[in-house]
Design a protein around this ligand. Structure first.
Ligand code: P1T
Length: 379
């Protein structure tokens, strides 16, 4: 089955009761048993729920995995991955990453004795410098949030395999429409399904997808034992979103490209970060591992100051100033004060998250309206 068919049918069965085309929302916490253990495969909705199963099977299908697990949020999904490890274990993570992931690693898991090394991975061989016998996981976000750096998944996977450790890839920005990390050698794919997979800014959810049964069993144990699961209503909404992922992504990419080129030509704009530019340092890798360049674009203004950036985002009318990304509507964010405020200023500035940086999640509205809006806001 090809990707555009998998988004609609992958892992799905007709409902056995009435043949409903969409899975019913099994809004139930528990299931009747005829005798202890005598049930039809479901006993308690933290452990599993048929609507969630339909979503988890869809996730596995679109990422070319064998097992999918859905969580209450993207961060809950990341939390489950790190719970695979023990005090003393080490993780090598990309230094440019979602602020909430950084906060989870440093403010929660460091307390439990797990050490995180945040490093630049644009040149994958840099990872070898931080590898030791305690290293258990490489954490990759690509494209990165918010600087749109590109990391060579295949090259990192080769290093992870050589050292017999796990590679997890946060595929939130790319989605499986653009890249499928398991096929490039990753062990775990993670999603904030809140974003492009859901696609309509109406839910918060996370997902993990793996190929290996033993790893799936260990993650399932954590999902059930820690309990950060998503409910059946949200599972239904995410499934509905995934069915249009391929057509939404196509338009996100077209509009992202138009916006990136518009900004690049604008005399008041200093830097534009978008992996589709030939001048992007890892454009050649993006071209190889991604089908297109996505709908996320970041930029700084010529004046390079905080006040100007804030004024610009306040002036936008079609773009909404808001956290999050990946919905049908265009959003603008100011990472330094919003999504990445939990990263200390000197750390975030090292990766380029300066006070004048603005991040756009380019939606699927008409391209002309988006560009007209940016034009009037930039002035
Ligand atoms: O918000 P949540 O569903 O828990 O997902 C966290 C997360 C993980 N990974 C990436 C790459 C993300 O972008 C996010 C969430 N990001 C935002 C809310 C944001 O505006 O960047």
């Amino acid at each position: 089955m090809k990707f555009n068919t998998k988004t609609i049918h992958g892992g799905q069965k007709l409902d056995p009761a009435y043949g409903s085309v969409m899975p019913p929302i099994y809004q139930t916490s528990t299931y009747a048993q005829t005798t202890p253990g005598g049930h039809k495969g479901y006993e308690y909705s933290r452990s599993s729920n048929p609507t969630r199963t339909a979503l988890e099977n869809s996730l596995a299908s679109i990422e070319n995995g064998n097992y999918g697990l859905a969580f209450a949020s993207g961060l809950a999904a990341i939390d489950a991955i790190i719970k695979l490890f023990e005090p003393g274990d080490e993780v090598i993570s990309t230094s440019d990453l979602y602020g909430g992931t950084y906060r989870l690693f440093t403010s929660i898991f460091e307390k439990f004795g797990i050490k995180f090394n945040f490093i630049g991975m644009e040149n994958a061989s840099n990872i070898e410098n931080y590898m030791n016998d305690k290293t258990k996981l490489i954490w990759v976000e690509t494209p990165t949030n918010p600087m749109l750096n590109i990391i060579d998944i295949n090259a990192v996977a080769t290093i992870a395999k050589k050292h017999d450790i796990l590679l997890a890839v946060d595929n939130t920005f790319a989605t499986p429409y653009l890249q499928q990390p398991l096929d490039l050698g990753a062990d775990i794919v993670m999603h904030s399904a809140t974003k492009y997979l859901g696609g309509h800014s109406d839910l918060v959810m996370g997902g993990l997808i793996v190929k290996d049964k033993n790893l799936a069993d260990r993650l399932y144990f954590i999902q059930n034992a820690s309990g950060a699961v998503c409910g059946p209503q949200d599972s239904f909404l995410a499934l509905r979103g995934i069915k249009t992922l391929h057509i939404r992504m196509q338009r996100h990419c077209e509009n992202g490209k138009a916006v990136a080129h518009f900004l690049k030509k604008h005399p008041n704009i200093e830097n534009v970060y978008w992996p589709g530019f030939e001048s992007h340092p890892n454009h050649h890798i993006a071209k190889e591992q991604m089908k297109d360049f996505g709908g996320m674009v970041s930029f700084t203004t010529k004046g390079n100051n905080y006040e100007e950036a804030i004024k610009l985002v306040e002036n936008l009318k079609v773009f909404t100033l808001a956290e999050s990304l990946g919905g049908v509507e265009s959003l603008a964010g100011h990472p330094a004060s919003m999504t990445h405020a939990s990263i200390p200023k000197e750390e975030r500035e090292k990766t380029g998250v300066v006070d004048s940086l603005i991040r756009l999640s380019v939606g699927i509205e008409d391209e002309d309206d988006l560009i007209a809006d940016l034009k009037q806001a930039i002035g």
